[in-house]
Design a protein around this ligand. Structure first.
Ligand code: NPW
Ligand code: K
Length: 500
């Protein structure tokens, strides 16, 4: 499990550890790790041009000390001091090692030829403007420096966090540095795992400074492949199709048939013992043609789902439409006493009667930002910008588990850490992949996994299958279709469970 923490949690752990160690020990460890990471990111240290962007706090201190270590190995190190004040010990160390440091020009930094020249020529830029002490939008001149670093040809290394990214949440209020590599100290910060912050961090490189024993239970985690493999349902000698889990899928409409085919495909390929599909005549025909494994039944909304047969979990919603008939079906499915996954149109109709989500049996909702925004009555853009906040809020408000789809998929439930999925690929942002995901998670629910486990495993496996579909044996990447993801599921699960 990769555990991630807020700035306050890191600070509290640092305080406890610092009380037991001589002053400066932690910064020494951080700077040493940072210097090693920067040296590895350069073809060679001797003669390399290194530019330090230095803020007033300890983040700047780490940067100055690391710059001093590189200067001692023959790098040409220049520091730009963004504030009138800089870490005194770090600055002295840099100068002793032969590095140079200067303040900012009077005018705008991006109009200063000396500064733009340093940025253009730098083989590596260390962003030490602000770390976990940052709050709100980057102020000038820090924001201008972050913009300058954005256009630099060299490697950009963020010190602890890319400046401008909220270390606790991943939110970005204004400008933010875009790094190739983030060297983060003590423990991973939650904001480095969640977009929009995660996509500014580049590759994450944690440096151990000895905080481990002082850290609390994490509020954000990412499961490893081995942990997901351990959770995935696996048939035993005694298993039959009913014990492996029967999943009911209520999806599609005479207008939208593809979603039904894709959701059933996700469930079949994820290993459901049996898929019972119920819907309008047209999607039933399509599902039977593509997935003869599924048992199908044509239903009218007023009939409900009582005659569909026994299931251990329902998937409700993909392509089912948003009219009164769809709402009637949603009421029927949500009135059952088995776990229900509500997706897509199912969420749109439920937003008209959110009380339906308050059930005794477990409920998993799988919205994208727009759907969650409708449920919470906030704009989709705000959900995208504050993913952790809104996923947690919906979990608490509706008493459900929330899998919020998008650039970083997060799974939130009350009383547990948020699980962040790290296997996705931007190629998955294409129509129908969400329907496949719903089918996978529904199969795992039917097999008996708890909502958060089913959701986290489904997101992980779906991401791996998406990547495998985008990356062929020839190398490179190419666009994918949703059905490719369903088709790649068995190979992705095989790779995961074999540990490769
Ligand atoms: N603690 C430890 O043991 C260890 C800590 N370590 C390191 O220390 C870092 C934390 O250092 P820190 O606490 O000094 O805060 P830091 O991130 O440098 O920022 C504060 C400065 O930023 C400024 N500022 C804030 N917001 C701003 C904005 N929006 N726009 C512009 N400026 C803004 C703020 O200005 P002010 O608001 O006070 O005017 C203040 O000057 C941590 O990330 C890690 O790198 C490691 O060495 C390991 C051991
Ligand atoms: K930084």
């Amino acid at each position: 499990m990769l555990n991630a923490y807020t700035s306050d949690e890191i600070r509290a752990a640092e305080r406890k550890l610092m009380a037991r160690l001589p002053e400066g020990t932690l910064m020494g460890r951080a700077a040493a790790g940072l210097a090693v990471a920067c040296a590895r990111a350069l073809p060679r240290v001797y003669g390399a041009r290194v530019l330090l962007l230095v803020g007033a706090g300890d983040n700047g201190g780490d940067t100055l000390y690391a710059g001093a270590l590189l200067a001692r190995r023959g790098a040409r190190v220049d520091a730009v001091l963004a504030a009138p004040r800089a870490h005194a010990g770090g600055l002295a160390a840099l100068r002793r090692a032969g590095g140079r440091a200067a303040g900012l020009p009077d005018g705008p930094p991006d109009a200063d030829p000396r500064l733009t020249g340093l940025v253009r020529r730098a083989d590596l830029i260390m962003d030490g403007l602000v770390g976990i002490g940052g709050s709100g939008a980057l102020r000038e001149p820090y924001a201008a420096l972050a913009r300058l670093a954005g256009g630099a040809p060299g490697v950009v290394v963020a010190v602890d966090v890319p400046s401008g990214v909220d270390a606790s949440t991943g939110e970005i209020a204004g400008e933010a540095v875009r790094a190739h590599l983030t060297v983060t100290f003590g423990a991973v910060k939650a904001g480095l795992l969640v977009d929009p912050g995660a996509s500014r961090a580049g590759t994450l490189l944690p440096v151990d400074i000895g905080l481990g024993p002082d850290l609390p239970e994490p509020g954000v985690v990412a499961l490893t492949g081995a942990e997901v493999a351990g959770l995935l349902p696996r048939p035993g000698a005694e298993s039959d199709k009913y014990r492996r889990g029967v999943v009911g899928v209520v999806a599609g409409s005479d207008r939208f048939t593809g979603a039904a085919v894709l959701a059933v495909g996700g469930a079949v390929r994820a290993g459901a013992g049996l898929v019972r599909f119920a819907g309008a005549a047209d999607p039933v025909r399509q599902v039977r043609a593509r997935w003869p494994e599924a048992v199908t039944k044509i239903i009218a909304p007023e009939e409900g789902v009582a005659e569909v047969g026994r299931v251990q979990a329902w998937v409700l919603g993909p392509g089912m439409g948003t009219g009164d008939g769809a709402l009637e079906l949603a009421r029927a499915v949500l009135a059952t006493d088995v776990p229900v996954l509500v997706d897509a149109d199912g969420l749109t109709v439920t937003a008209r009667e959110p009380g339906l989500l308050r059930r005794r049996a477990p409920t998993l909702i799988t919205p994208h930002a727009g759907e969650l925004g409708r449920l919470l009555d906030v704009p989709a853009g705000d959900v995208e910008a504050r993913r952790l906040h809104h996923a947690r809020r919906a979990a608490a408000e509706f008493g459900v588990t929330v899998l919020l789809k998008g650039s970083t998929t997060v799974v939130a439930e009350e009383g547990g850490p948020v699980r962040v999925n790290r296997t996705g690929t931007p190629w998955l942002a294409t129509g129908g992949t969400g329907d496949v995901l719903a089918g996978i998670a529904g199969a795992y629910l039917a097999a008996g996994l708890a909502c958060a486990d089913a959701a986290a495993c489904a997101a992980h496996v779906h991401g791996l299958a998406g990547r495998a579909a985008a990356t062929g044996p020839e190398g490179g990447e190419a666009p994918i279709a949703a059905m490719d993801v369903a088709e790649r599921l068995p190979a992705a699960v095989r790779a995961l469970t074999s540990g490769s």
